[in-house]
Design a protein around this ligand. Structure first.
Ligand code: GRF
Length: 212
């Protein structure tokens, strides 16, 4: 490809780049995975804002370090205005411990991606967050667990599934299992976001089809 063509390709990619908002409540290792993968252009998108419903979330420090505007917002109306003001195309829930109201899930239908640390529909829904998920997995004695990315609808962890990956449950503590699952979360969340930003995710009859 000659230089002119390369330049045109670059302009095309820049023009199509999606505006992303990442919502967090905690440490933000998944946020970091998205930051890294937008910085190295694996994802054709730009994190415009990071929003936390907890003032002391370490994820806000990660945003600041990356030069991304971060906000502590609890109020839903304020959240909606911030999303609109920044012309957000995609919302990523990366450890956001608040259920989004229907008002927001309706505006951003199939434009909100959540990451959950189990194989949905197992060990998900209300009350299944953080270490509780991994404790329940170990206590039930399942042999495999994993992580799931999905679009968010009005139900808790009920939207169309985008991607899943599995890990074997060995003789380990909930904390160890959590770390093992986080590793695969950091793979499937950036990959799902990459596909979204390339318009490769279509929802057909409530199921996600990944296409070219
Ligand atoms: C992850 O396990 C994610 O699946 C869940 O919340 C946790 C957030 O971890 N929704 P981190 O803040 O990204 O490190």
């Amino acid at each position: 490809m000659n230089l002119e063509k390369l330049w045109l390709e670059k302009i095309k990619l820049t023009l199509a780049s999606k505006n992303i908002a990442v919502l967090i409540s905690g440490g933000g290792t998944n946020l970091q995975a998205i930051i890294d993968n937008t910085e190295n252009n694996y994802i054709n998108g730009k994190i415009k804002i990071v929003i936390s419903n907890r003032e002391d979330a370490y994820g806000l420090v990660r945003a600041e370090k990356a030069g991304i505007p971060g906000f502590f917002i609890k109020d839903d109306e304020e959240l909606i205005s911030k999303l609109k003001e920044n012309k957000i195309d995609l919302i990523i829930l990366a450890g956001y411990l608040k259920i989004l109201p229907e008002k927001i899930t309706k505006i951003y239908e199939n434009k909100i991606i959540n990451i959950h640390p189990s194989l949905i529909p197992a060990f998900c829904g209300r009350g299944y967050y953080g270490l509780k998920v991994h404790e329940a997995v170990i206590s039930r004695g399942v042999k495999y667990t994993g992580a799931t990315t999905h679009f968010v609808n009005e139900g808790a962890d009920e939207g169309p599934i985008i991607m899943q990956r599995i890990v074997e449950v060995e003789d380990e503590s909930p904390e160890e299992l959590q770390q093992k699952v986080l590793k695969i979360e950091h793979e499937i969340l950036p990959l799902s976001v990459k596909y979204f930003c390339e318009d490769k995710l279509k929802v057909v009859n409530g199921k996600v089809v990944i296409g070219g």
